[in-house]
Design a protein around this ligand. Structure first.
Ligand code: PBG
Length: 338
């Protein structure tokens, strides 16, 4: 007996395919590309200089001008799609969020400006949701039920979403992205767009969107007025099955893309949706996912570039074809320089 097995006893040696960078690259099943990424961006009304967001290092609220510059930078590293969120002045918020469909509302101004500047070279996606525009911060309009309790009124909200989507399409958005988790939102938006001659405008549906504490930093990013939570419309993190129902409904209602959000804590959901969906599946690496990697890196606990690339790879490996991420530009730079 020798104390080492002779090699012929080990037919399978998986390490053979890990031996060199060239071999690892040859067998890699997942490759990230800058065009996988969608860059979420914030544009604020009434500021002269970009405003930092303390819980999201390197992310800012843009002015209209700095937004254009930042999109040029994104394009220069291969990003082909940006997702815009508007931050109106406090005094322009109201109970129904009418700034959302005002042609001169900050989000619609920003869409129009980018469309004039970039034409079809960059896909302009717009967040189609009222929470940035309502003075109570909910994603829909409020009313009272038959027993006098305050509720987020699903069907009244749908009418507002249809108006918002049309205003965004008129301003030049290529992709409408309803994120409010109202039942029937995709159907109502699709119908409204088609009636107004925007049958070419696509819908990326936030289909499986959870009521997640990982959205914390985003609330600072958009100056959210929300008190309370969104648990009557966003999904319970405990549940899996209803994600499949939400995706099925959105596909049936005409969604061109479906999305799972957040990403890393919901990779199981993403995986299953990716296997079942007949349309492209996106995932949103949300503000809290971004913030926690940065925070650990600032403490010297994690290597930021390494965990950025690993987290994005894991999201793509789980099945996302598009990844919304605040790391988009940084990751694209890493990819193009390697
Ligand atoms: C709603 C919206 C939210 C995010 C994207 N769209 C916030 C929410 O649902 O409370 C969160 C994104 C993030 O955390 O990065 N308009």
């Amino acid at each position: 007996m020798t104390d080492r097995p002779v090699s012929s006893e080990l037919l399978r040696r998986p390490r053979r395919l890990r031996g060199t960078p060239a071999m690892r690259s040859l067998v890699a099943e997942t490759h990230l590309h800058p065009s996988d990424f969608i860059l979420p961006m914030f544009v604020a009304e009434g500021i002269d200089e970009p405003r930092p967001i303390s819980s999201m290092p390197s992310v800012v609220q843009h002015t209209l001008d700095s937004l254009v510059e930042a999109v040029h930078e994104a394009v220069s590293v291969g990003i082909r799609c940006v997702d815009l969120f508007g931050v109106p002045l406090e005094e322009h918020k109201d109970a129904v969020g009418s700034g959302a469909w005002d042609r001169r509302g900050i989000l619609n101004e920003a869409i129009a400006k980018l469309r004039r500047e970039f034409g079809n070279d960059v896909l302009i996606m717009a967040d189609t949701c009222l929470d940035e525009f309502t003075d109570h911060g909910h994603c829909g309009v409020l009313s009272t039920d038959r027993h006098g309790a305050v509720i987020v009124d699903n069907d009244a909200t749908l009418t507002a979403y249809a108006r918002m989507a049309i205003a965004q399409a008129e301003a030049g958005a290529h992709i409408i992205s309803p994120s409010g988790m109202m039942d029937g939102q995709v159907r109502v938006i699709r119908q409204a767009l088609d009636e107004q001659g925007f049958s070419d405008v696509a819908i990326m549906a936030y289909s499986a969107k959870y009521a997640s504490a990982f959205y914390g930093p985003f609330r600072e990013a958009v100056g959210s007025s929300l008190q309370g939570d969104r648990r009557t419309y966003q999904q319970d993190p405990a549940n899996f099955r209803e994600s499949l129902l939400e995706v099925e409904l959105d596909v049936a209602e005409g969604a061109d893309f479906v999305m799972v959000k957040p990403a890393m804590p919901y990779l199981d959901v993403l995986r299953e949706v990716a296997q079942r969906s007949p349309v492209p599946v996106a995932a949103y690496q949300v503000s809290g996912e971004y913030a926690m990697l940065h925070a650990a890196a600032q403490n010297g606990w994690l290597d930021l570039e390494a965990v950025m690339m690993e987290s994005l790879t894991s999201i793509k490996r789980a099945g996302a074809q598009q990844i919304l991420t605040y790391f988009a530009v940084d990751a694209a730079k890493v990819i193009t320089s390697s």
